[in-house]
Design a protein around this ligand. Structure first.
Ligand SMILES: Nc1ncnc2c1ncn2[C@@H]1O[C@H](COP(=O)(O)OP(=O)(O)OP(=O)(O)O)[C@@H](O)[C@H]1O
Ligand SMILES: Nc1ccn([C@H]2C[C@H](O)[C@@H](COP(=O)(O)O)O2)c(=O)n1
Length: 242
């Protein structure tokens, strides 16, 4: 069998677990790249950042004090969340309200770190993320900040997607249509990362995690590089299976 065929057979093998865990800082391209990788490999897809954003939306909508850890944890436990796990559609609903676009607003980006650094809320969302991975028979691309280290440390493929601060700020600026000045962009990218990294490490690859630096790559090249990493690891595992 050719190497390419072994890889394809392995990835499509029914019942084979294939969790691709991708972490990285804000604006590194996690969501867009992970979604495309999931689409190409016909895997489910989970944007865990959207879950923290949905919880933040609920807290702001219900007037929950973000400095009150117990109240944020209670909100996480009561969160009635529907989230797409398909790379082909994008929806997030909280208690039946469509918040797909609302959770991307700068007001949520500004508040989300307070929620994401509440450890009790993290415990609840991590529990739900693991449940979703199980529901999809461990065939999913999952992206966030702590997927390679906490949510799915035994994932078949673990990747840290990085890019220079300059590249990430530039990408986020383009993504937001040039509507944000440098200070606003820094608040949504580098300052948010600084707050988030007080509870999770997504700047340094843990043991066994492959780093993909996309600073000098365009989107298509980054997707190809990520797929190359998945194929390389799956192939290696197939060749070394007893
Ligand atoms: N390699 C790349 N080259 C150029 N642009 C890219 C690249 N990867 C992603 N992008 C673009 O950069 C923007 C930010 O990407 P994306 O939203 O996927 O980042 P992210 O890491 O998920 O950010 P966040 O964690 O803040 O949600 C998007 O517009 C995306 O299309
Ligand atoms: N696994 C995760 C995913 C996300 N977060 C936090 C960090 C971010 O500030 C926020 C929103 O994520 P984004 O949509 O920007 O990827 O959620 C986290 O702590 N752990």
């Amino acid at each position: 069998m050719t190497q390419e065929l072994i890889e394809t057979v392995e990835i499509l093998r029914p019942g084979k677990s294939l969790v691709v865990a991708i972490d990285g800082p804000s604006g590194s391209g996690k969501s867009s790249v992970s979604k495309e990788v999931a689409r190409r490999l016909k895997l489910a897809y989970l944007d865990t950042g959207a879950m923290y954003r949905a919880l933040t939306w609920l807290c702001l909508d219900s007037g929950t004090d973000l400095d009150d850890g117990a109240a944020v944890e209670a909100a996480a436990e009561n969160l009635v969340l529907e989230i797409s796990t398909s790379p082909l559609e994008d929806y997030v609903r909280v208690g039946g309200t469509d918040v797909t676009l609302a959770i991307r607003e700068p007001a949520i980006s500004a508040a989300v770190s307070a929620v994401a650094t509440t450890l009790g809320a993290r415990t609840e969302l991590i529990r739900r993320q693991r449940e979703l991975i199980k529901k999809h028979h461990h065939r999913m691309v999952v992206e966030g900040r702590d997927i390679t280290t906490v949510v799915a440390p035994h994932a078949e493929v673990r990747m840290l997607l990085t890019a220079s601060a300059e590249a990430r700020l530039r990408r986020r600026g383009i993504q937001l249509g040039g509507s944000q000045n440098a200070e606003q962009l820094a608040a949504q990218v580098t300052l948010r990362d600084a707050k988030d990294s007080t509870v999770v490490n997504f700047t340094r690859a843990a043991d066994g995690v492959v780093t993909l630096d996309s600073s000098e790559l365009d989107f298509a090249q980054t997707v190809d590089a990520a797929l190359g990493i998945v194929h390389g690891i799956v192939n290696h595992q197939a060749l070394h299976r007893d």
